[in-house]
Design a protein around this ligand. Sequence first.
Ligand SMILES: Nc1ncnc2c1ncn2[C@@H]1O[C@H](COP(=O)(O)OP(=O)(O)OP(=O)(O)O)[C@@H](O)[C@H]1O
Length: 260
Amino acid sequence: MPAPLLSVQNLGHRYRHRAELVLRDVSFDVGAGEAVAVVGRSGCGKSTLLHLIAGLAQPTAGTVHIHGEPVRKPSARWVVMFQQPLLYPWMTAFENTALGPRFAGRRREAPKLVGDLLALVNMADYAGTNVQRLSGGQQQRIALARSLAAQPEILMLDEPFSALDTFTRRALQVEVRAIAKRLGITLLLVTHDIDEAVLMADRALVMDARPGRIRADLAFHHLPDERAIDDPAVQFERGRLLAALGETTQAPQPGDFHQI
Ligand SMILES: Nc1ncnc2c1ncn2[C@@H]1O[C@H](COP(=O)(O)OP(=O)(O)OP(=O)(O)O)[C@@H](O)[C@H]1O
């Protein structure tokens, strides 16, 4: 079996000496090209886990390896997208997107790469627009293009669409999964939105709180690559995920339909 792209082993974390453990004994592997959601209630340690994996903080216990190498600091090989797009407000969509290749020393390739990426995220018509004049969803598309411009192996998403309206959120959930699959990028998503998890992931890791640990590992591999929330198969997996989170007392049977 090939070595996993990402391997998290016995991760534990507390923010201060003697403070409460935020994470305890968290272990899982992610294969290259997989889309994995980490799901759990607010405060269970999802963002902390993502920060430790991305090398933005150091764990109290355990290890994170990417390609077998221990993660000690952030790298251009993985990027994190947050709820707020964090764009430079005085720059255009094009200029914001071009920052990735510029920092990576690929200034000459930038125009073509950025043009392709803006088309990929459906923002080609806004290349010259100042990002302050874009909607929240459009800004998040530019943030996505900028993240992809670094040509990362792993795209890590921390509740990236929670500030957006339902319609825009749904569109981006489906599109980001499709883009990641097309480009072969591994997706790691933390969310408390179970619809987001079922729409975007091949697998969901369900977390318990205080301390944060993994309670269940559900595979959605048999769902179609392109997802729609009203697909009965998607609804069935949604029900399984709810049951794993302890939101329902009974696991769903095939054919059950869970209303949103
Ligand atoms: N910088 C910090 N210093 C001290 N405690 C922190 C810090 N960041 C988070 N915590 C605590 O760690 C716990 C887990 O927080 P975390 O943000 O990782 O959870 P989460 O599952 O991502 O929550 P949410 O879904 O609300 O974003 C919480 O109890 C939080 O108060």
